[in-house]
Design a protein around this ligand. Sequence first.
Ligand SMILES: [Zn+2]
Length: 108
Amino acid sequence: MIKIYSSQNPMIIHHLKNLLELEGVHAIIRNENLSAALGGIPATECWVELWILDENREAEARDIIRKKVQSDESVIRWSWRCPHCGEEIEGQFTDCWNCGEPKPEHKK
Ligand SMILES: [Zn+2]
């Protein structure tokens, strides 16, 4: 089992879970009751979490979520700056189109 996404908004998590289930990826929601018990007060400790059961489908699940989240939110939010050449890169690219430097969080 692997955590695939978390949000302060349970509705987003439910929506993403539905999307995953439609694609045949079995998902569960955790921390929902904890969040409700605190009266919906935003706190990172009680973010609602979306987990998938089959770790082999992680990449597929992340892809589904990324496409959905990107269609909902502005591309600006997901953009990143290349640490090598300083170019501003749109969020859907994992490598700098200018110099080929990978997105920092992809480097391990
Ligand atoms: Zn670059």
